[in-house]
Write a protein that binds this ligand. Structure first.
Ligand code: FES
Ligand SMILES: [Fe+2]
Length: 332
């Protein structure tokens, strides 16, 4: 049985951004399966990273004329996995490399371990919308369990401690009304703030914040959105790709409404702000994963501010939760 929750085991995941795909093949792991991504003659292709001949990893080879060449005996394979050249003979070998379904969406190469998927990657608004300045940030892999990484993005309770002074001020709290909406295909927690942010960077970037929203879409997409009185100001959508049970590779997509500030300036500011935040989150996730390992497995208490955790678990497991709405007031 797969160690991964059902919606994850059958889900689509980005494995590289188009920008990362250069002249060399890229080795990746998707749920413990080694895969290779390369630019074939017909566009990005994803293969199982194993030469059918003597099982050398194809990612150790090179891309030649749109085919991937195994470095051991030089067999070449095209994007459909067919062997196109077997050096030393006229007829190429009739053994194919195993391909995986491949799609390009939102500047990312997506694949799934499901052989004949009947779905496509789900892109939440505003990833595919017009009227936004966007940029992609493929983040280095983190040592983290998938669910912990997703929850870390959406969790309202740790910024006062882990990112004190950057995201939230440690000792400043104010009442915030929360609405938690669970739907069969997603879950969201809407925090009505109606104030200026307490910490430095959101103050500079946002002005008045009416609401911040954390959303989860299965298999493993998290989104944090910030709204002002004129609507959406910033949406950070993170597609988390599980490499192994304890390593996650996030692909972050930033979207801000087009305006007077040039996109490159916004990108520079957002990156500058998020580099330290990301480092703090990755460090905490690494420690958490190490600390769990000392006990063998996680054993979590459900805290009063863990608004989305049950829905994340259910949706990732492929369940379709009953629609529910609840409200609470907390101090953030
Ligand atoms: S192992 Fe790949 S060509 Fe022989
Ligand atoms: Fe964080």
């Amino acid at each position: 049985m797969s160690a991964y929750p059902k919606a994850v085991a059958t889900g689509w995941f980005p494995v590289a951004s188009i920008g990362q795909l250069g002249p060399r093949p890229i080795a990746r792991k998707l749920m413990d399966t080694p895969i290779v991504v390369f630019r074939s003659a017909n566009g990005p292709a994803v293969l199982i990273d194993r030469c059918p001949h003597r099982n050398m990893a194809l990612s150790r080879g090179a891309v030649r004329d749109g085919d991937i060449e195994c470095p051991y005996h030089g067999w070449r394979f095209n994007g459909d996995g067919h062997c196109t050249l077997t050096p030393g003979v006229c007829e190429p070998a009739r053994h194919s490399a195993q391909t995986l379904p491949t799609l390009v969406r939102a500047g990312l190469v997506w694949t799934t371990l499901t052989k004949s998927p009947n779905t496509e990657p789900f892109l939440p608004h505003p990833v595919d919308a017009d009227g936004f300045d966007t940029f992609l940030w493929p983040v280095n892999p983190s040592r983290a369990r998938l669910i912990d990484a997703v929850e870390n993005l959406l969790d309202p309770a740790h910024p006062h401690f882990l990112h004190a002074g950057i995201v939230r001020a440690r000792n400043v709290r104010k009442p915030v009304d929360v609405t938690v909406r669970v739907r069969p295909t997603f879950a969201e927690a809407i925090y009505v703030e109606n104030s200026r942010a307490s910490a430095l960077m959101p103050r500079i970037l946002e002005g008045l914040r009416t609401a911040s929203i954390g959303r989860f879409y299965p298999p493993s997409t998290g989104q944090v959105a910030f709204e002002g009185k004129d609507g959406l100001k910033l949406a950070i959508t993170v597609f988390f790709m599980p490499e192994t049970e304890t390593v996650v590779r996030p692909f972050a997509h930033f979207a801000t409404p087009k305006g007077v500030v040039p996109p490159l300036v916004k990108e520079a500011l957002l990156r500058a702000f998020h580099v330290p935040v990301l480092a703090q989150d990755q460090s905490a996730l690494r420690k958490q994963t190490d600390d769990i390992e000392a006990f063998g497995a996680p054993k979590y208490a459900l805290g009063p501010l863990d608004f989305l955790f049950p829905a994340i678990k259910a949706l990732a497991a492929g369940e379709t939760p009953e629609p529910s709405d609840r409200t609470a007031t907390v101090h953030l």
